[in-house]
Ligand binder design. Structure first.
Ligand SMILES: Nc1ncnc2c1ncn2[C@@H]1O[C@H](COP(=O)(O)OP(=O)(O)OP(=O)(O)O)[C@@H](O)[C@H]1O
Ligand SMILES: [Mg+2]
Length: 349
């Protein structure tokens, strides 16, 4: 590894936590009080990657995968148990003050801002902390004004804001001192669709305008589609994948989804009947094409059939089904980011 122009570099990074092995019941609690029985869990296991300036990278994985722990090590909040981390040439945990000039951080679940101060006062404190010049501060405010409705926010204490406004404010605060790297840990969590869109646009614009490197964790594939060209996937502390999202989709290029609706328009169909319809389609296909593996799913009236076109063509499946059953409506879908990621989590890559 060790590419010269990487702004972030992790080499064989591990993080272990020692946690108390709790015993059940009253007897157990007594035991815990007197004997310290620890077990070690490995939250991050031998993770290595390099990120070049200006990239937006999605850092993905199921719950408890080790995403936040990795982010905390990159921001200097936690020290790795072993391995090396460099962020913009610095070891994050060794010099936290200098490092904080390097980075901006948003943790989606909690605000970094002063709860009862109007946002503009928080910004002024940050201006002092980061020694932002008057000129730079003014320019940043102008930039923000061009991107969102800033004046709605500035006078408001964070405590009185909606979750969406608070998230917007947190993101603006994280970019305020124009750090080369910004970490966003689940920035869209809990937001509605339109607020998510707003946040994504803001992140994309700031990245473009300032060439900020962004590492983002999320469970929302909409974030990934909107923002990330590259994804890194981690599960149980271990890296599973690091590549372009397009590359992944090509890998799954042979898969397409055929969606069928068998019901008359505007007719209520019971859940039970919908289930039966899917079973019926399944039986037909499995009898006709016993060697082909299909995967079925259902959402309301729509039956989805995931077809591997290296095994059988989608048109062949469709024309066979049309002979067997009455189909009202058909849709075709290329494989989604969501199902690609799901397959990686399931270990099918
Ligand atoms: N301070 C800590 N002490 C002990 N164990 C911890 C600590 N922080 C995290 N862990 C454990 O480390 C593992 C990874 O946690 P982490 O928070 O990094 O996961 P995550 O990928 O961010 O998950 P999520 O998607 O739920 O946010 C989990 O098993 C978690 O319980
Ligand atoms: Mg987390």
């Amino acid at each position: 590894m060790s590419e010269q122009n990487n702004i972030i570099e992790l080499n064989n990074v591990c993080k272990e936590f020692k946690i108390l092995n709790r015993h059940e019941g009253l007897k157990g609690s007594f035991r815990d009080m007197f004997s310290r029985d620890y077990k070690t869990i490995t939250a991050v296991n031998n993770v290595s990657f390099g990120i070049v300036p200006g990239e937006i990278v999605g850092y993905l994985g199921p719950n408890g995968a080790g995403k936040s722990t990795t982010i905390k090590m990159m921001t200097g909040v936690l020290e790795p148990s072993s391995g090396e981390i460099l962020v913009n040439g610095r070891v994050p945990y060794k010099n936290r003050e200098a490092n904080s000039q390097n980075i901006g951080v948003v943790f989606g679940q909690r605000s970094q801002l002063w709860w009862s101060l109007p946002l503009v006062e928080s910004f002024k404190i940050l201006k002092d902390i980061y020694r932002i010049s008057d000129q730079d501060y003014k320019e940043m405010m102008e930039l923000y004004r061009s991107m969102i409705n800033l004046d709605d926010l500035l006078g408001k204490p964070v405590r009185q804001m909606s979750l969406g406004q608070r998230t917007l404010s947190d993101i603006l605060a994280a970019f305020l001192h124009n750090p080369p790297v910004v970490f966003l840990d689940e920035p869209t969590i809990g937001l509605d669709v339109s607020m998510k869109a707003k946040i994504r646009t803001l992140i994309a614009s700031l990245n473009q305008e300032k060439n900020t490197t962004v590492i983002l964790t999320t469970h929302d594939m909409g974030d990934v589609d909107a923002l990330c060209k590259r994804i890194i996937i981690i599960d149980k502390g271990t890296m599973l994948y690091d590549n372009d999202i397009d590359h992944l989709k090509n890998f799954f290029g042979a898969y397409r989804t055929l969606k069928l609706n068998l019901n008359k328009r505007n007719v209520e169909v019971s859940e039970e009947l919908q289930k039966q319809q899917m079973e019926c389609v399944k039986t037909h296909l499995e009898e006709q094409f016993p060697d082909v593996i299909f995967s079925f799913d259902r959402e309301d009236e729509w039956i989805s059939i995931l077809i591997d076109e290296s095994q059988i063509s989608l048109m062949k499946v469709l024309s066979f089904l049309q002979e067997q059953i009455k189909i009202r409506d058909v849709r075709l879908e290329e494989i989604s980011t969501e199902s690609v990621i799901k397959k990686i989590y399931e270990g099918k890559v």
